[in-house]
Design a protein around this ligand. Sequence first.
Ligand SMILES: [Zn+2]
Length: 238
Amino acid sequence: MIIIGLSGKARAGKSKLCRELYNAAEKLGWDVFVKPFAGPLKQYVANDLGYTKDNNPDKYREHCQAIGAEKRKENPDHWVSLWYKDMLDERKDEMRHSMRPALYLVDDVRYNNEIEILKSNKVKATLLFVKHGLRDIEDPCGEWRSHESERISNKLETEKEEVLKEIYGFDFVVHNDKSEEQITHWANVFINHLSSNDPCLCEACTAQYEMRAPDPDKIDAELKKFLDDIPEEFPDDE
Ligand SMILES: [Zn+2]
């Protein structure tokens, strides 16, 4: 089972990347599931209260925010635990019925405890932070952006990439400001990387997984290290 978690400012293009990863994995014959952390909350509001995004968008949003916050106040891990349980159930079912590799996509990583569970030994997800780069995002100053669920991604957006990786545990910082074609290509490269037994994490490869230009200084440093590692004289075969 492979799990990818995507975090980033709202409208940075997480669902777009998620769709492309979905298609790329499906092309390889994998079973793909989208499992957002908001799933159990949305399900609760739809099944128990009867509101959906389609039948009553205002009430739906209102209840999602209120009940989400209320339960989180009682127990910060309430929704994360439901998500985890749900995923295990699905996984068990899945293992009984399919021999194909399974990919779970979590496209709404917003809270610290969500990052924590994804990085834990139980889940071991690959964690992506999505930056919109130079591409404009919709409604950059909208009031909804100040909602508590957006607070962490807004803060993370301003952090340096090394901090995102070393302190927060993100594996890759993806620069989502390229053309449709490049994004599709990226998704294929990324899924191949995840399915490899011996994935390469050199600067040139990492740059590909992050949709950015390689850093020439890092490449120089890698080259230097490589040359330093070659013994001056090869032992004689004879
Ligand atoms: Zn490489």
